[in-house]
Design a protein around this ligand. Structure first.
Ligand code: FDA
Length: 456
């Protein structure tokens, strides 16, 4: 048995857990980080295939993500802009690819005007919502009781305008069908990014990338942890009382500490046995949180051939299996990379196909956006996080209908010595690395306050 004693145990070496560990150590607390995987980073994973860098997980940084940007500065990481010169492509219900510039898709003039009107209405509503407490909005119960799809049906009778507006939070963010989550959840998604307009503006929300990959953030945060980072140690049991916790992990590791931070996505909380069991409200709340599903597709070509055709590489369609796609060429690499996404029920249908048929269907879709050359990548990789044991979906967790208003206020409340934190629980930066870092900072401050000696 490996017996360890620390002030704080952090479960999960993602951006959130490692931020918390760094802050706690800087403040003088002793910390051990227990990680289930054999690597740090969780949903941040920069891999390589035939020398091409692939961002299997999170990758983009936007201007409003001030916590992430501060972390990049602190860790000495450089960023570069996503390639965006040239025309974007939109495929409407007729299946034709149409080039456009700007943010509003090239639909009929009436539909374009309707999309702009809807975005205006949503921006006004989002401006009233505090991302850190969306449940406090006076209409929270009403907005959490109507699906995103039904809410948009109430807003417009233009099918194509609705399909496009729905996509910005459904396919593109929560990766669940628009009938599977509430309008309040969707508005939280937009509020966490500053406005609904920000989600519509790919040049804003997908602005920059990190040279060498975004996994550099957790890798650098972990530097210096040394023996205080234990990899391949899934935590199996947390025995807790007012006196502290005893945590058991694989490899016969037993750690005793005053506080534990569960820095894992909430869909994985029940992989751990809590002794005694968690309070009733926590048990029930956890069952109302789930991750969406998205396949992230990486296609590497000898050159970014679409640029010669005057295309930026940005493509959208709420009607195609691949709903969005971008130029993802790497810094300092002349090869062209496309990154594409297929989510929710479309991902179900693609995943039901044998791998070669799925690849063919996806490349056929890319060819519709970029031309025949797209069918012949030198490297083709699909990453679906649903099959990853220690994530089980992507990008992050959201509540089912009514859950956000009903349970949201208790989401981040500690249970005795157990603190809960991850990008899934964030307000500002929700679902993003920015939120993971904010939650790491927030939970470290809360733990330090709890550890502080009582005034005499
Ligand atoms: P995260 O899941 O990263 O970390 C939790 C850790 O806990 C994992 O390492 C896991 O192995 C570990 N763990 C789980 N159970 C355990 C147990 N019982 N014992 C020990 N360890 C355990 N964000 C962004 O800002 N820009 C982007 O472009 C994208 N794009 C994107 C694409 C894809 C495909 C994905 C999957 C995600 C994104 N994201 C993103 C989201 C972003 O990656 C995500 O929000 C954060 O990385 C989550 O960080 P956390 O630390 O909160 O959880």
């Amino acid at each position: 048995m490996i017996g360890i004693e620390r002030d704080v145990i952090v479960v999960g070496a993602g951006a959130c857990g490692l931020t918390a560990a760094k802050r706690l150590r800087e403040a003088g607390a002793s910390v051990v980080v227990l990680e289930a995987r054999d690597r740090v980073g969780g949903r941040l994973w920069t891999d390589e295939s035939s020398g091409a860098l692939l961002e299997i997980g999170g990758q983009w940084v936007s201007p409003d993500q001030t916590a992430l940007r501060a972390a990049l500065d602190e860790l000495g990481l450089e960023t570069f802009a996503r390639y965006r010169d040239g025309a974007s492509v939109y495929v409407g219900p007729d299946g034709d690819a149409v080039r456009f510039t700007g943010e509003i898709f090239p639909t009929s003039a009436a539909t374009q005007a309707e999309i702009e009107r809807m975005i205006g209405v949503l921006d006004a509503l989002v401006a009233e919502i505090d991302p850190d407490e969306p449940w406090a909005h006076p209409r929270a119960r009403e907005l959490d009781g109507v699906t995103w799809r039904a809410f948009l049906e109430g807003l417009s009778d233009d099918d194509e305008a609705r399909a496009n507006v729905a996509m910005f939070t459904a396919e593109a963010m929560l990766t669940k069908p628009a009938h599977a989550f509430s309008a309040l959840q969707s508005l939280l998604m937009a509020a966490s990014a500053g406005s609904f307009s920000h989600l519509v503006d790919a040049d804003f929300i997908l602005d920059r990338r990190v040279v060498g990959g975004l996994q550099q953030v957790p890798l650098r945060l972990a530097e210096g942890l040394g023996e205080d980072l234990l990899l391949s140690r899934p935590v199996r049991e947390i025995a807790w009382s007012d006196d502290g916790v005893t945590v058991r992990a694989d490899g016969d590791v037993v750690v005793r500490a005053r506080r534990v931070i569960m820095a894992v996505p909430p869909n994985l909380y029940d992989r751990v046995d809590f002794v005694p069991t968690l309070p009733l409200r926590r048990h029930v709340m956890h069952q109302h949180l789930s991750l969406g599903l998205v396949i992230k597709i990486h296609a590497v070509y000898d050159t970014p051939f679409w640029r010669e055709a005057g295309l930026s590489g940005t493509a959208f369609s709420p009607y195609q299996p691949v709903h969005e796609s971008y130029d993802n060429s790497n810094h300092g690499d002349p090869r062209g990379v496309l990154v594409a996404f297929a989510s929710d029920a479309r991902a179900d249908r693609l995943l039901a196909l044998p791998p070669d048929e799925r690849r063919e269907a996806i490349l056929e879709n890319l060819a519709r956006y970029y031309g025949e050359q797209a069918k012949h990548p030198a490297i083709y990789v699909e990453s679906d996080w649903g099959s990853e044991e220690w994530t089980r979906g992507a990008y992050a967790a959201s509540f089912d209908m009514g859950g956000l208003e009903r349970f949201g206020a208790d989401l981040r409340t500690p249970t005795g010595p157990i603190h809960w934190a991850s990008s899934d629980l964030a307000g500002a930066g929700y679902q993003h690395v920015d939120g993971a870092i904010r939650m790491g900072d927030h939970v470290a401050a809360a733990v330090l306050e709890a550890l502080a000696p009582m005034p005499v």
